[in-house]
Write a protein that binds this ligand. Structure first.
Ligand SMILES: NC(=O)c1ccc[n+]([C@@H]2O[C@H](COP(=O)([O-])OP(=O)(O)OC[C@H]3O[C@@H](n4cnc5c(N)ncnc54)[C@H](OP(=O)(O)O)[C@@H]3O)[C@@H](O)[C@H]2O)c1
Length: 290
């Protein structure tokens, strides 16, 4: 039986991946605090030890700092987690092991969507730059796989408590407090379950190189909020569309739509619509009743 090592297995995506892949092999989930096997990936010795002890056939590397503002304000720390462990994994794994890196739409500047796998990358901030560097390190390894994804939606791990894009919107809809909501940046919310399914599919197909996985519909946060409010049968009069980007430490791409033709051509067709995912998440949280 294959050993599949998943970093960030207590995280938003890693947790779903760890569950999904139990039928594909023996899953070893690692995290800093929330996983069976606790390893600080910033410690090269600890990472080497982990690889020597687990001898994985497949490594799926999800662990990273993913908050663009945190990355912008902590460049050194960002490199320590988002880049250096990838260098060690890509060069330290035996040639027979298969390396998968989860990357992001933030490697693109968002000025000329949609982006294909071979479109030129031009990150606007340190988060995207760190992931671009990680991609290059991963792809220097023959036969590696890089899966780029946009904004994730789903049920966050239990230890974090209720959180995430859909719940944040629902709270803003339900609390009735006046607020400005971004109506500039186009986002493509993508279900963690679909991403995990796509990664399992690509593993099964022994796909290598870069693949994009993304929800099919793009809209601004304001438009997603209005759609969520409709599902909840609530008004959004207290929410105003903000037509200029919120001032934040990191610049965000305006529209970094990831074209998914390459993945579809290989036969993958699970792209669950936002409305369906929102219904499920709001039901799971006890907010939406049919
Ligand atoms: N979330 C999104 O919307 C999104 C969008 C595009 C791309 N991505 C990419 O998808 C991947 C997964 O994102 P996610 O949302 O699942 O992230 P997440 O929920 O923040 O999880 C990150 C994981 O990394 C682990 N980690 C943090 N510091 C660590 C350290 N020093 N040593 C070992 N593990 C450490 C955490 O472990 P503990 O929980 O144990 O502390 C956590 O499990 C990332 O590579 C991200 O760039 C995410």
């Amino acid at each position: 039986m294959k050993t599949i090592l998943i970093t960030g297995a207590g995280g938003f995506l890693g947790g779903v991946l760890a569950q999904k892949l139990t039928s594909a092999g023996h899953v070893v989930g690692t995290g800093r605090q929330h996983a069976d096997r606790r390893v600080d990936l910033r410690d090269p010795e600890a990472l080497r030890r982990l690889l020597a002890e687990t001898t994985p056939d497949v490594v799926i590397h999800t662990a990273a700092y993913r908050d663009p503002d945190f990355c912008e304000e902590h460049p050194e720390e960002t490199r320590r987690l988002n880049v250096e462990p990838v260098r060690l994994l890509a060069s330290g794994l035996p040639p027979s092991a298969f390396f998968v890196l989860i990357s992001t739409d933030y490697v693109f500047d968002g000025a000329a969507p949609p982006y294909r796998e071979n479109s030129p990358r031009h990150p606007l901030g340190l988060y995207g730059r760190s992931k671009m560097e990680a991609e290059d390190l991963a792809l220097a390894r023959p036969g590696a796989l890089v899966v780029r994804i946009p904004l994730l939606i789903g049920v966050e791990p239990a230890h974090r408590g209720p959180s995430g894009f859909i719940l944040q919107m629902a709270r803003q809809i339900l609390d009735g407090q006046p607020a400005d909501v971004d109506d500039v940046l186009v986002r493509f919310p993508t279900w963690t379950e679909d991403v995990a399914e796509a990664v399992a599919f690509l593993l099964e197909k022994r796909a290598v190189g870069v693949f994009h996985m993304s929800g099919a519909r793009g809209a601004t946060r304001y438009a997603w909020t209005v759609e969520t409010a409709r599902l909840l049968g609530r008004a959004t009069d207290h929410l105003k569309p903000l037509k200029i980007p919120f001032p934040r430490p990191a610049r965000r791409p305006l529209n970094a739509e990831l074209a998914t033709g390459k993945l579809r051509q290989l036969g993958f067709d699970r792209f669950t619509d936002f409305a369906e995912v929102a219904r499920r998440i709001l039901s799971a949280l006890g907010i939406f009743q049919q």
